[in-house]
Design a protein around this ligand. Structure first.
Ligand code: B12
Length: 590
């Protein structure tokens, strides 16, 4: 595989040696006092990993849930209610939950209070952390935003002290946090945190990833997921010495592909049970009742694979409102009960499944994954990157980006008819869905009479957060109708968007947002446009237009508020294109 990029040039000059950061963390991890959680005390095990290995051997199925309401007190109350609900229904309560902490938790502690608020809880005090593992006997994973950002070290010390033994999320190290641009400090905090986990490894502590949160979430090929997981494992386990778990699953709707992928990832991680197997988040539609079919099929297959191969995983049943917003506790409790009921069906169905077909797919994925991994290791080595320094590897991979990694290391044959330039070994579901949606939109627009007013109209397109599929669709369809698109990418702050709008003399700004910040982001954006003297720039927003407001435990729709501050919220991309043609700068001011 010829590589014409000098990979070592992607490393910043001032990058310290990552091994020192890891060593510092290991010292901290060894000295750390760790209290047992309520769950581990009840089960009589020293760590969740130990219990999961026991559960695997004894055929005890485990379940997991995602939880993160607007604040910690609301989330804590929800935990108690879900636990009681299970007992009332006569099913085993969930074994574990992922704390879906808010993005501010990714920042160092002293910066959290002043950072923009999104949807999800923040643990502010020692008491909050204590309650995480001592409210009910459901084991917590310190998951989203705990490791990856510049606040990694703070979080990992707090988490381990209260009895959390799985901490994540490796793949999130590629994210950018609001108003934080010091990537070197971020990487060092990350590596110290991983060192802490390595120092506590003998106590059963595990470093978890959730692949879709990082580059695999936008890869075209499932084989690349496997290869990327192997790279993360190499860094976590071989270079940093932490035990490693590979969680994944949310962006795959096809249960057969998912089964094969679960087996492939299990194969490349020497059978360490994955912390959780995420349920399907993309098969759902707006009809929430019909979504029970999606959820049940998905959970049944996850349980079939888990029990047939004794994987010891913990599937997550996804609430049927997934497409709309963060779920309520009742919605989480209901699908947990469905999930427990399905456990009884797995042994009835398992003997009828053609496992050899799934195993064939697994083998192809493992083979492709190994090729991706080997291509990456070879390219890095040949570029003179120090392969023993985790900081250097993290930087090169991050700076190459998802597209760069896949096009350089991917296992598929080079084929320019595929986006990304390679024919995938097995195409990923969300990329396929998005490409189909793009083709549908472009075709629908081609059938309409072209609006000459759109031609050359300058439009900045951007996303407030990590969600990039809608941004891709917006950019490609706006380009298809002739607008002059300035693609400003994802994870942007309002000030930066305004700067670009000013520099490019754009007539409109189009923002896609999903993290429950729609109102505050739009307000700030409008203020900054006014301040820059371009308040007549038209602003359009779409995606998930909600926010936690006035004590709401789940985010509420804010479209009316957006209309009041002069932000248009077209129902879809076609309507956006209609509106963009209609409004010019002079008529645009709200
Ligand atoms: C894929 C996904 C992810 C992936 C993103 C991968 C990537 N690199 O893009 C991953 C796993 C990384 C992820 C992470 C998170 N996610 Co997410 N994610 C989704 C998911 C499953 C699909 C979104 C998607 O890409 N759909 C495909 C695209 C093409 O469709 P779309 O985004 O809906 O856009 C369409 C329309 O909305 C519209 N549109 C979108 N934008 C705009 C803009 C304009 C102007 C117009 C006109 C139209 C328009 O056009 C598109 C085409 O039809 C949704 C749930 C769901 N099923 O919708 C949750 C969801 C959006 N995520 C959610 C959350 C909370 C998060 C996290 C904050 C979770 C956390 N606590 O860590 C993190 C984000 C962290 C961060 N740093 O930003 C929530 C939002 C909840 C809310 N606001 O109430 C959702 C709804 C899930 C849920 N029910 O909780 N997520």
């Amino acid at each position: 595989m010829p590589v014409d990029v000098d990979l070592s040039s992607l490393i910043p000059d001032d990058l310290p040696d990552g091994r020192d950061a890891v060593r510092e963390g290991v010292e901290l991890g060894r000295k750390l006092e760790r209290a047992p959680s309520m769950y581990l005390e009840e089960k009589g095990f020293g760590s969740e990993l130990e219990y999961r290995l026991h559960a695997r051997e004894n055929g005890i199925p485990c379940t997991c849930m995602n939880l993160g309401l607007a604040t910690w007190p609301e989330t804590r109350e929800a935990l108690g209610l879900i636990y009681e609900d299970a007992l009332r229904r006569g099913v085993r309560p969930p074994d574990r939950f992922n704390l879906l902490a808010e993005r501010r938790m990714g920042l160092p502690k002293h910066l959290r209070a002043d950072a923009p608020q999104e949807t999800g809880p923040v643990l502010w005090t020692e008491q909050d952390w204590w309650e995480l593992t001592h409210t009910v006997p459901i084991q917590a994973e310190a998951a989203d935003n705990c490791i990856g950002g510049p606040g990694s070290l703070d979080n990992v010390l707090d988490a381990l002290a209260v009895g959390v033994t799985y901490v994540g999320v490796f793949s999130q190290y590629t994210w950018r946090w609001p108003y934080w641009d010091d990537e070197v400090a971020q990487a060092m905090s990350f590596l110290k945190a991983v060192g802490v986990l390595a120092g506590a490894r003998d106590g059963g502590v595990c470093f978890d990833t959730y692949l879709e949160d990082g580059y695999p979430g936008v890869f075209h090929d499932y084989a690349s997921y496997v290869g990327w997981a192997m790279l993360e494992r190499f860094i976590a386990r071989e270079l940093c010495g932490a035990e490693f778990s590979i969680s994944w699953g949310g962006l795959t709707a096809n249960p057969i592909t998912k089964s094969a992928m679960t087996l492939a990832l299990n194969d490349v991680n020497e059978r360490v049970p994955c912390a959780f197997l995420q349920g399907d988040t993309i098969g759902n539609g707006p009809d929430t009742e019909a979504n029970y079919a999606v959820m049940s099929t998905d959970v049944l297959f996850m349980k079939l694979v888990d029990s047939h191969y004794k994987l010891g995983g913990a599937p997550i049943a996804v609430p049927v409102t997934e497409m709309q917003r963060i779920p309520t506790w009742q919605e989480v409790a209901t699908v947990q009960a469905v999930s427990r009921r399905l456990e009884g069906y797995a042994p009835l169905v398992a003997p009828t499944i053609d496992w050899s077909h799934i195993e064939g797919m697994r083998d192809r994925l493992v083979e492709g994954g190994r090729r991706f991994y080997e291509n990456a290791i070879r390219a890095l080595t040949e570029s003179g990157v120090d392969m023993q320094d985790p900081a250097r590897l993290l930087f090169v991979l991050k700076r190459l980006g998802a597209e760069g990694c896949e096009s350089l290391f991917g296992a598929g044959e080079v084929d320019s008819t595929y986006p990304g330039g390679r024919r995938p070994i097995m195409q990923t579901d969300l990329v396929r869905q998005t490409m189909e949606e793009r083709a549908r939109l472009v075709e629908a627009l081609a059938k309409r009479e072209a609006d000459p007013r759109l031609r050359g109209r300058k439009v900045v397109v951007s996303s407030t957060d990590v969600h990039e599929f809608a941004e891709f669709l917006l950019v490609s369809t706006l380009e298809a109708v002739g607008t002059d698109v300035i693609d400003f990418g994802i994870n942007r702050d309002p000030e930066d968007i305004v700067k670009v709008a000013l520099e490019t003399n754009a007539e409109a700004v189009v923002v896609t947002t999903h993290n429950g910040v729609a109102r505050s982001f739009a307000t700030k954006l409008r203020e900054e446009l006014d301040r820059a003297g371009i308040g007549d720039t038209r602003v359009y927003m779409g995606g998930v237009l909600n926010e936690d407001i006035d004590g709401s435990d789940i985010p509420v729709d804010v479209r009316e508020d957006l209309a009041r501050i002069g932000v248009s919220t077209p129902a879809d991309i076609e309507q956006l294109i209609d509106e963009l043609g209609r409004h010019d700068r002079q008529t645009a001011t709200a």
